[in-house]
Design a protein around this ligand. Sequence first.
Ligand code: FAD
Length: 419
Amino acid sequence: MRQTAGGYRAPSRVLVIGSGLVGMSCAWSLQEHGVEVCVVDRGRPGAGASWQNAGLVSPAMSVPLPEPGILRYGVRAALSPRSPVAFVRSADPRLVRFMAAMVRSCTTRAWRRGMDAYRVLNEMAVESYEHQRAGGVEVELTRGDVVACFEHPAETGAFLHEIEAVVAAGQATEVALLTAAETLAAEPHLSGKVAIGVAVRGQQYLTPQQYVPALAKSVRDRGGKIVEDTVVTKVERRRDVLVATGPQGELEADAVVVAAGAWAGGLLAGHGVRVPVYGGRGYSFTVATPEPFREPVYFPVARVAVTPQGDRARFAGIMEFGSPDAPPQRARFHHMVRAVRHLLVDLDWSTMADQWMGARPVAADGVPLVGATATPGLYVAGGHGMWGVTLGPLTGSLLAVQIATGATPAPLAPLDPLR
Ligand SMILES: Cc1cc2nc3c(=O)[nH]c(=O)nc-3n(C[C@H](O)[C@H](O)[C@H](O)COP(=O)(O)OP(=O)(O)OC[C@H]3O[C@@H](n4cnc5c(N)ncnc54)[C@H](O)[C@@H]3O)c2cc1C
């Protein structure tokens, strides 16, 4: 511990549980403050949702998930196994608790409150990537318009309504309505079935399988330790130290950050965090493309995003609430293909590979949980749901300030894990 000028006892050694992009960003930013870090993971860096997601760094689309429209999806999900929003059939009481809390947050008022928090974060999101790059993280962001595509003009309503709400919340967002011809010109892989497009200007994307290892390398190069294949089952305070316990033994530190993604709930029990976090399982795969996609494409009705990845395109989608440890439902990959195949051309679907399932850490009220818990020295960074790639580096830098100085940066106030 180090005493700061204001009398705050700043931790010298911090243990981060979880080496996804949120945990690694926390570790990296703590190093900026001269803190010694150890990151522990039950697998390897990027073993969770951070691995093969869509990779969009898209502040314009980064919004709280619970909103009144989600309830309509819920009814559809109960009726159709092909719905892009679904539930794994389960008797897990945590899922029931999570869903009840999420339904309570599906109000316009709660969404607006959440959006006020997102707006402030979204404005700083890209800058924090630039900061990491300047500090030696080899992360490559590509700028592009996200082209949202619709088969029928009437389908644009919900998407445009969301963009309008983002703008009404005060977030500068530039969109353009595209005719069918303009949409196909923007992205030649689209088929003539696309009737209308909405270009969300000036977003960014990255390849997540490159980003997480690049972060890990930088953390190690700066003297940080990353311990793989080590599970933590409990964190407790014993006098002046925090102790993380698991089958492999005990690890001690001055402070601990729980960045365990969709698994965080178990570690946070008993530490005053009431907002449930649960797995929002998503699926992705890649397909070879003779010509690279020019822009990221999003099909809002199917809820499938397509991101360029060199000579392949990465398809990502589905929001299936369920345990992160339950096996993937293979049929989901076919549902995704069936939902978008007719809207695309020049893809050799027989080259489909890299099938992957990852569980987004979804906070029931749609707002990330970042800050101190009720146990002194124990912090949480997570619950970013669909937008962890966009907000991960910023989360790390804001939380590191709080841990290193004892002062809570203003953008973190609405993310208070004890709310
Ligand atoms: C299909 C899909 C597409 C997505 N697309 C986008 C996108 O385009 N843009 C965007 O911004 N976001 C996107 N996301 C969301 C984003 O991927 C997540 O929000 C983000 O990766 C969460 O990062 P994390 O570090 O909190 O969690 P994770 O990456 O899941 O990391 C948690 C880590 O903790 C470890 N762990 C868990 N429990 C323990 C334990 N008890 N002991 C030790 N280690 C433990 C796990 O092994 C894991 O490595 C997408 C997600 C999915 C699934």
